[in-house]
Design a protein. Structure first.
Lengths: 450, 312, 326
């Protein structure tokens, strides 16, 4: 009996040790890299018609890739096309891809970071999400590899802002998305609007007419709070201006802001006036989006990743267009201030294959951006190139809006750190449920965040 | 669990004096009706799953929620089996391209069967040690194993993940089989205890007289009599493994080895519109074999219960 | 060594027997005895300690730190003592509320779900027509993945085209829309209904096993004594299966405390925390908010609670067996 107890103790200790972090980040994982892999960066470039060809990737190497482009995702075709191109260009590089659904991916990637199991290349969201990983020292710096693309103008430096930490670049932006106000133009026509309301007065007038006619103007999925931010954040930005909002989101400026209070009040006023589908509070995004696509409401404000689906005549049988949310307070804000920016990012982990992975990742991101734009799954973060005739009209409209943009504020839940973002989302949910008003919102956030 | 073995004395019964009350006919009908209603309620999800696998999103999201599909969209099944986008870069070069769903199914099957085997063996052995041999800490040990029921699996994700990673077995079947077995152990031991208590200790003693050691008693007496437990443990362990998503997603989600829940989750949307029709088809393909297997197994379970009853 | 054992009737002087048996054992194999025990326990122990106990200990350890699960843990810097536990019950997280929700679920489980399971098990245990078919059908919801059940109930509860509202409107009881999952007061009940419903079959199977193992002679004896079916159930069957009922109750309670999947799909704790349960908070803290310490604290609390209830239920069910021994 004593023996058993002793053995139990030993077993417990052994397994506690096994579970502890024995591996440090530079452990050698089995790779297929043969002896003649060059590991010094940057690789000398052999240009083929001016196009850069990496020499590291001429060698046989196996790279692991994690992403969220599941079968039904809008980005899947872009990923496939990008990988096909790169397979043709670098036939000795083998990619082992693991695809996971969006929400489950967050758990998966974070657990991997914690256990030193990051793949060579992985999808991530910029801002604080990637920032936490960089803090933990698990991400490979991409300054060297990105330099030439920044220098020759293919990758605007501004697009790297969200994945730059301590002055260094840690991610490759792929597609970019902003919040767009999608509208069912047929419904709008029936109340006398041939364009998306461009001013606050027009918006209120249009919505009132819709309500009078028994048509719901907006549908917003309350079950997924990020959908509520797709409505609240444009209101906030168009009330207090992009710079101010950025300061609050990212630079620690206080939430105690009259403009924020007014924004919340505006949203709740619109809810009271019946501009929002009352059933929305219990709906998931899928259900809300389905309502719009079935022509049951006039507007749907959400990310431009929806362009692909809305451009598909199988899904949407009416005339659909997209615009910018109107300015609420023209003294502080103006047209061209958008919510969004480059968030979808490809990053590289610190590991034995980091150099090769970095080269691949940058070219990969560039191609995803290219094909994503063509196929309508996102706006280009990189400078568009090639034959752009395939781009859908919806996409072109949004691109034009972006070309005239003068301010970007990244989505709140991406811009802020995980913990703060969740607090923010909880308060937004309370706002949508009309549990608190603007005053309560601001006071609560000041107390929790500052 | 001590059985109350009350032997009825053989008295001479004057049957004219004692009448066995017949069950009220009305009550019987009512009970039967209740059973039928409950059966319909339980069958509804299956019916619903079957019908929506033939619908398109419009019908599912409002057009025609509960009714029969307007047309039989077999393309949903095609999508589910072969996938719209076969061109994922993770193709390993298998000569024979099985539909992905079938591959996932087989993976799940491998994991589940192995888990059942391991938990069964471990539970049998452990229960034998704790119930058939008298030693000081047998009851404590039992209580310790029962502690396993209280542990929420989700919370152990990161520690177990690290252990698997340190052992270097991530992305193999073993990385799932081991945790699943561990988490099924408590239930398995509980079931084994129940069944093992029913085996009279006298059999042990008889074997002992014949010159068996403990091992002999185990293999020659106990194990053959534990066959009824097999089905029961099988079902409950199966439940632990088959629909489990979180661990499967983390430990074994690359390329060909994906299990069914992970595979189905991948068929759902990333950031755009979920096509529920093909998902329905996938779920039907995934679930129906399960139901059939269960119907087959349940007969054996019920037989084993009856056998257990007669044994007393 | 040969001993002669007097033949005794089945179940008679068992007491005398076991002492002798033990005596033989002890004398013949005292040394290899403990080795055998150890070997038999070994596989189970390895799995159990390595994959169940070790993680709990790790969780306990993490729960005392402010850690984000990503970077290396610095024991000196991040130590919080019981800080995480106090945060849990503070205003931010309102763990107490979630706990009460899961206790409500546990109560409903024991007092609503289990009686239904028991009734079904009793009804089916009595040689009724189509017994096997019914048994299979009742168990089916347990086999279907939670994704399906969740999506199904989302369609049932949908305010506009949901089956429930459509039905209520059809029979004239309802005028507009009821937002089953959107109203704070309704959501909890709405979420519990599918949870309870799905696992009726699970408990039923357990109880059925017990019901079936009640010896037919006992039933006959009671019937001969003039008992109705109801009385047979009450006075013969149920007392005989008390141990199994105890196990069912323990599963029901611990399962309720841990429940996660269905609630996550239906409401994810909303609206406004109305349907939050501990597991939902735990997942959110662990993986969305990068608060590994807080998440681990929740895990530890859940384990302690389940353990507490298991012991409590065991104590409630302790009964004297036929010889008057506990």
């Amino acid at each position: 009996m004593k023996r058993i107890l002793a053995c139990l103790l030993v077993l417990t200790m052994v397994f506690s040790l096994a579970a502890c972090d024995k591996k440090d980040s530079n452990d050698n994982k089995a790779t297929n890299a043969p002896a003649n892999t060059t590991t010094d960066a940057p690789a000398a470039s052999t240009t083929n018609d001016g196009e850069y060809v990496s020499s590291i990737l001429q060698n046989a190497v196996e790279l692991t890739l994690w992403d969220i482009a599941v079968e039904g995702d809008g980005n899947r075709p872009a990923y496939d096309a990008a990988m096909a191109d790169l397979k043709a260009k670098y036939p000795n590089v083998k990619i082992v891809e693991t695809v996971t659904e969006n929400e489950a991916y967050k758990t998966k990637i974070k657990a991997a970071v914690g256990a030193n199991e990051l793949p060579d290349i992985f999808f991530t969201w910029a801002g604080a999400f990637l920032g936490d990983f960089v803090d933990a020292g698990k991400v490979h710096c991409l300054d060297d590899v990105l330099k030439k693309y920044v220098d020759n103008g293919e990758l605007p430096e501004a697009m790297l802002g969200n994945s730059t930490y301590n002055g260094k670049h840690y991610g490759v932006p792929t597609t970019m998305n902003v919040v767009g106000l999608f509208a069912n133009m047929d419904i709008l026509a029936s109340v006398g609007y041939d364009h998306i309301p461009a001013t606050k007065e027009e918006l209120v007038d249009c919505c009132d007419k819709l309500v009078a006619k028994g048509i719901t103007p907006f549908v917003c999925a309350g079950k997924e709070t990020w959908c509520v931010t797709e409505y609240l954040e444009p209101i906030m930005e168009k009330t207090i201006g992009a710079t101010e909002l950025n300061d609050i989101f990212r630079n620690g400026k206080t939430w105690n802001n009259e403009g924020i209070k007014t924004s919340v009040a505006t949203l709740q006023e619109y809810i009271d006036k019946g501009y929002f589908d009352p059933n929305g509070i219990a709906l998931s995004n899928d259900e809300a989006k389905a309502k719009f696509m079935q022509g049951q409401c006039a507007f749907y404000q959400n990310g431009t990743w929806n362009c692909g689906d809305f451009s598909n005549p199988e899904n949407v049988k009416f005339n659909v267009s997209v615009g910018e949310f109107p300015v609420m307070d023209s003294s502080k804000s103006k047209a061209g201030q958008l919510i969004g920016g480059p968030s979808d990012t490809i990053a590289v982990s610190e590991g034995p294959n980091a150099a090769a992975a970095a080269e691949y990742a940058v070219e990969f991101g560039r191609l995803i951006c290219h094909y994503g734009y063509l196929k309508g799954s996102g706006l280009p973060a990189w400078t568009p190139w090639g034959d752009l005739s395939e781009v859908s009209p919806l996409m072109k409209t949004v691109t034009e809006i972006c070309n005239k943009a003068n301010g970007y504020v990244l989505f709140g839940d991406n811009a802020m750190s995980a913990e703060i973002a969740n607090i923010y989302l909880e308060y937004v949910a309370l706002v949508y449920g009309k549990e608190i008003d603007g005053e309560g919102f601001v006071n609560g956030l000041v107390k929790e965040i500052g | 669990m001590e059985r109350n073995n009350i032997k009825t004395d053989t008295l001479k019964i004057d049957t004219s004096k004692y009448t066995v009350k017949k069950t009220n006919k009305v009550l019987k009908v009512l009970i039967f009706a209740g059973l039928i209603i409950w059966a319909f309620i339980n069958l509804f999800p299956i019916y619903w799953m079957l019908t929506f696998s033939f619908k398109n999103n419009e019908e599912i999201y409002g057009g025609n929620v509960a009714g029969l599909p307007s047309e039989l969209r077999w393309e949903n099944y095609e999508d589910a089996l072969w996938g719209k986008n076969i061109g994922t870069a993770s193709k390993d070069d298998t000569g024979f391209q099985l539909p992905k769903l079938i591959r996932f199914f087989i993976n799940s099957l491998i994991v589940t069967v192995a888990t059942i085997a391991i938990s069964l063996v471990a539970a049998l052995m452990a229960t034998f040690a704790m119930t058939r041999i008298k030693w000081r800490f047998s009851k404590t040990m039992n209580a310790l194993f029962m502690l396993g029921i209280t542990i929420p699996m989700h919370a152990s994700l990161l520690p177990v993940y690290r252990t698997m990673s340190n052992l270097g077995i991530l992305n193999t079947y073993t990385s799932l089989i081991l945790p699943y077995s561990a988490f099924s152990l408590s239930m398995a031991i509980l079931i084994c205890t129940g069944f093992m208590d029913d085996i009279p200790k006298e059999l042990d003693e008889a074997a002992c007289i014949d010159g068996c050691n403990l091992g002999g008693i185990f293999f020659k007496v106990i194990v053959p009599l534990m066959k009824p437990a097999l089905s029961t443990i099988g079902i409950y362990t199966f439940l632990q493994c088959w629909n489990e998503l979180m661990f499967a997603n983390q430990f074994m989600a690359t390329g060909d080895k994906i299990t069914l829940p992970v595979g189905i989750q991948q068929l759902s949307a990333g950031q755009s519109m979920t096509q529920w029709g093909p998902i329905g088809a996938a779920l039907v393909i995934a679930t129906f074999p399960t139901l059939l297997v269960y119907i087959f197994l349940s007969k054996r379970i019920q037989d084993s219960f009856i056998a257990g009853a007669v044994k007393g | 060594m040969i001993r002669s054992f007097p033949v005794t009737p089945f179940g008679g002087a068992g007491k005398t027997f076991s002492i002798d048996w033990e005596g033989i054992y002890m004398k013949r194999k005292s040394k290899s005895h403990s080795l055998a025990i150890f070997l038999f326990l070994l596989p189970a122990l390895i799995l159990f300690v390595g994959l169940l106990i070790a993680p709990i200990i790790m969780s306990l350890y993490y729960s005392f730190f402010d850690w984000n699960g990503l970077k290396a843990l610095d024991p000196s810097e991040d130590f919080l003592g019981f800080g995480n536990y106090t945060i849990l019950f503070g205003e931010r997280i309102q763990f107490g509320k979630a706990l009460i929700n899961s206790l409500i679920l546990a109560a409903l489980s024991v007092f609503v779900q289990l009686p239904v399971s028991l009734a079904l098990a009793l009804a089916l245990g009595k040689k009724i027509k189509g017994e096997r078919v019914f048994l299979s059908i009742y168990f089916m919801p347990v086999l279907i993945s939670t994704v399906v059940i969740g999506q199904l109930w989302l369609k049932i509860y949908n305010p506009e085209y949901g089956i429930l509202n459509t039905f209520l409107r059809a029979i004239g009881v309802l005028e507009g829309d009821i937002r089953w999952l959107g109203e704070k007061n309704l959501a909890l009940g709405a979420v519990f209904a599918p949870t309870l419903w799905q696992y009726v079959g699970y408990h039923m199977l357990l109880l059925y096993a017990g019901v079936k193992s009640v010896s037919p002679e006992l039933r006959e004896a009671a019937k001969l004594d003039g008992a109705t079916d109801g009385q047979v159930n009450r006075f013969v069957v149920i007392p005989s299966i008390k141990p199994i009922i105890k196990v069912s109750v323990i599963f029901a309670v611990t399962g309720s405390l841990k429940s996660f999947d269905l609630i996550y799909v239906l409401t994810n704790g909303g609206p406004m925390k109305a349907t939050e349960v501990p597991s939902i908070i735990m997942i959110r803290e662990l993986f969305l908010k990068n608060k590994y310490g807080v998440g681990s604290a929740i895990a530890v609390l859940l384990i302690l609670l389940c353990f507490f209830f298991a012991i409590l239920i065991g104590a409630i069910f302790k009964e004297r067996d036929i010889y008057g021994k506990k």
